[in-house]
Design a protein around this ligand. Structure first.
Ligand code: FE2
Ligand code: FE2
Length: 167
């Protein structure tokens, strides 16, 4: 049976992963409307991945004898000031999620739930990748400058494939 404090922390993470999915979906929609199909495609895939993270936690909680509860998700912004500002938000959000995962690891250790602690290692590693991806994208945007977003839009999906291949 899952420890109740760990269960509570994981249910809070369900909300955070679900909100991440909505946030990236909102960003994808914005980029699509703005005529940047590559950036939109990257964000749609990212949104799907966040939903997968949410599902992974829901299934774990339920399999461990707890009860996953699907919460309401707050509405993300509909507009973003620029592509660069948007990806700065992506990085900040991923750093927030990393801190949140680390907090759950700390709860597991305090509660001596080493099974869940070990299971969470997948998320710890995933967050390293997520932050690295966001930083690499921001580096590219800074190099290209605002005038060359066409090329960035064309190439952004290859960044994802490279990151995937490096796993
Ligand atoms: Fe996630
Ligand atoms: Fe993420």
């Amino acid at each position: 049976m899952i420890n109740s404090k760990v269960e509570k922390a994981l249910n809070e993470q369900v909300e955070k992963e679900g909100y991440s999915s909505s946030l990236y979906l909102a960003m994808a929609s914005w980029a699509e409307v703005k005529g940047m199909p590559g950036i939109a495609a990257w964000l749609y895939v990212q949104s799907d991945e966040e939903r997968m993270h949410m599902l992974k936690i829901i299934k774990f909680v339920n399999e461990r004898g707890g009860k996953a509860v699907v919460p309401a998700f707050k509405q993300p912004a509909a507009d973003f000031p620029s592509v660069k500002a948007m990806f700065e938000d992506v990085l900040k959000h991923e750093q927030f999620i990393s801190a949140s995962i680390n907090d759950i690891v700390a709860v597991c250790i305090a509660e001596k739930d080493y099974t869940t602690q070990q299971w969470l290692q997948w998320f710890v590693n995933e967050q390293i990748e997520e932050e690295t991806n966001a930083m690499q994208i921001l580096d590219k945007i800074k190099l290209l400058g605002d005038g060359s977003l066409y090329l960035f839009d064309r190439d952004i999906m290859t960044l994802r494939q490279e990151a995937g291949a490096a796993e």
